[in-house]
Design a protein around this ligand. Structure first.
Ligand SMILES: [Zn+2]
Length: 395
């Protein structure tokens, strides 16, 4: 009798704790990924009609970190398939966040603490992913593949989400969209290369899992090099140099967002291919440790690269559509219209002016900022698609 009572109490405690933890993950998601205006969003007829002619590409969102079904529309957060469809998004880059320091800030962070461990436990990541950053990245990639598979099932009621790995996939995606299927492409990326756990062979493991864009650092210095928000502000390590060469030889894409200035210099000097800054801002409209100087903008553009401009305060100093347009117009002026793109940082613990369905508002803001429709087409997707169509492996 006593044993049964104890068992019942224990089961109840486990249930309450499990429920509480799930609830905590949801509370974190809701409180960390906000919009200043919930929508629905209205834009001018000219901007709406321009959007219908565009294949929008966004170079950075962290939606895979959260326990949210991408196939369903949510009243919180920024990205899911229904909202991507409303935003006429052709391709979304999904980045995996695997470790973030406690007390995260833009100036100085170490690798000694981690918030994602608790999230991994509360969101029921596989046991190995509680401890291994590589396993966390692979688990989030599985979340994306799982969403893609379910979206393709008959009667899913949502557009097909398709993982893009090759140039041929990009061409097939655009063809599917031309035939009116509303297919949405997804490209896997890393937010920092700490999931390599210091081993080059893990790069091949991630590539095999579908990863195609590799952000080198996140908020702390790691095995490949220095973060803009780390301690040492160093460049590439010898291991980081080997990673650049391996990525070049595999035909994979380098992303220097969050990199220290020395790391950006080292990568640009070493790689033989264009690089991406998936999400950030420009010092010219918003000074700050993670935003690009005019000199960096020019050098990244000279190498054929593309810079994604975000919507949150760290990138543009105020989460407003006007501040976003100012940053884009500035970047176009300095780097050229062929080298600027969208890099939302949606769902990256950011507050943004709107969520993924508001792309007509984005188009309108760029028109009001003085860009031509042709330039807007390049910024909102054309430049990123050109880059993917040249940089990804052929097949
Ligand atoms: Zn980031």
């Amino acid at each position: 009798m006593l044993r049964r009572l104890l068992f019942t109490v224990a089961a109840l405690v486990v249930a309450v704790v499990a429920f509480g933890m799930l609830f905590a993950a949801d509370v974190a998601d809701r409180s960390m990924n906000k919009v200043t205006t919930p929508g629905p969003y209205r834009a001018s007829p000219a901007a709406e009609s321009l959007l219908q002619r565009l294949d929008v590409v966004d170079l950075h969102a962290d939606a895979l970190l959260w326990d949210r079904d991408l196939l369903e529309r949510h009243d919180h957060g920024h990205v899911d398939l229904p909202r991507l469809r409303e935003g006429h998004v052709a391709l979304q880059v999904f980045s995996v966040v695997t470790k973030t320091p406690r007390g995260i800030n833009y100036d100085r962070n170490t690798d000694e603490t981690d918030n994602v461990t608790l999230l991994a436990i509360t969101e029921h990541y596989p046991y190995l992913a509680w401890f291994s950053l590589r396993e966390r990245a692979l688990w989030q990639a599985r979340r994306l593949r799982n969403a893609a598979a379910r979206s393709a099932a008959v009667g899913s009621g949502v557009p097909e989400l398709r993982l893009v790995r090759t140039r041929a996939d990009v061409a097939a995606l655009l063809e599917a969209r031309r035939s009116g299927k509303g297919t949405i492409g997804a490209l896997l990326a890393t937010e920092g290369l700490h999931p390599l756990e210091g081993r080059l062979e893990n790069l091949d493991t991630l590539a095999a899992a579908g990863f195609r864009m590799f952000g080198f650092t996140h908020f702390f210095d790691n095995e490949v090099g220095g973060s803009a928000h780390g301690v040492g502000h160093g460049g590439l390590t010898p291991f980081g140099r080997a990673v650049v060469q391996r990525l070049d030889s595999l035909g994979l894409i380098i992303d220097v967002a969050h990199g220290s200035p020395r790391l950006v210099d080292d990568v640009l000097a070493l790689t033989r291919r264009p690089v991406v800054v998936s999400h950030g801002g420009v010092q010219g409209t918003c000074p700050g440790p993670r935003n690009l100087t005019d000199d960096q903008l020019r050098r990244i553009a000279a190498g054929g690269g593309v810079i994604g401009i975000g919507y949150w305060d760290g990138a543009i100093c105020a989460p407003t559509v006007e501040a976003f347009a100012r940053a884009v117009v500035y970047a176009v002026k300095v780097a050229g219209e062929d080298h600027v793109a969208l890099g939302s940082d949606f769902d990256g613990a950011t507050t943004t002016p709107f969520h993924a369905s508001a792309m007509a508002v984005v188009a309108q803001s760029l028109r009001e900022g003085g860009l031509s429709d042709e330039q807007i087409g390049k910024v909102m997707g054309g430049n990123a698609l050109r880059l993917l169509a040249t940089l990804l492996p052929a097949r």
